[in-house]
Design a protein around this ligand. Structure first.
Ligand SMILES: [Zn+2]
Length: 222
């Protein structure tokens, strides 16, 4: 599924790609911001204004995802692991690394780099939000949403379900304590599987409650 993708550039020797499924989620995010999020909070905005804000927010959101993956990759390269490409697709971003980390502390560093980037972005967008308060509703709306979504991304990725970042942190700790990568991977994968089932049931529950889009997304991730 991730073989196909449009190259959009190169950074730090890593090829950046957009998978075709990315366009679906880009459209959905823009649509939900334009027709629901912004009109709800700013009913006096014209449709054109909501649409421009929606597109700018979506682009910055995917820029934030890219920054998250890029920081995983830059840290990986710094400990000697080659990263061939980063692909953005329907569930976020994925970095294609040439090999597994060599030691637990490398894995820990690589895994934490992404969520820390998202937290930093959340704080930066929150600072922008505070700065423009009372000056620009347009920038205020965009920065507010981006601040929340980046903090959400950091928290979500730290759920200890391998292969999420939190699962990698868990594997690094298990690996460090047992000095046995295979055993650590097995335990982390089993916990990851349990978290996956929780996502599926949680998603089905949301669908049942009428939040079908959030529910479907969560269930499919599971
Ligand atoms: Zn990550």
């Amino acid at each position: 599924m991730l073989r196909g993708g449009i190259p959009i550039g190169r950074l730090f020797g890593i090829s950046l790609r957009l998978n075709y499924s990315w366009f679906i989620v880009f459209g959905l995010v823009t649509w939900s911001l334009t027709t629901q999020q912004f009109p709800l909070n700013f009913p006096e905005w014209s449709l054109a204004m909501s649409l421009v804000a929606g597109i700018v927010t979506s682009l910055l959101f995917f820029g934030s995802l890219l920054a998250h993956e890029l920081m995983h990759s830059v840290v990986a390269q710094s400990v000697g692991i080659k990263v061939n490409s980063i692909t953005l697709f329907i569930f976020g971003g994925v970095a294609q690394m040439s090999e597994e980390p060599h030691q637990p502390k490398d894995e820990l560093r690589i895994a934490l780099a992404g969520p820390l980037t998202s937290v930093a972005l959340g704080i930066i967008f929150w600072a922008v939000y505070l700065l423009v308060e009372g000056h620009s509703e347009f920038v205020l709306a965009i920065s507010y949403w981006l601040s929340l979504i980046n903090i959400f991304l950091a928290v979500f990725n730290l759920i200890p379900g391998f292969p999420l970042d939190g699962g990698r942190v868990l594997r690094a700790i298990l690996w460090w304590r047992s000095n046995n990568l295979r055993r650590a991977t097995k335990i982390a994968t089993n916990i990851g599987r349990a978290v996956g089932y929780l996502f599926i049931f949680g998603g089905l529950y949301f669908i049942f409650e009428g939040l079908w889009l959030n529910g479907l997304w969560l269930a499919l991730i599971g």
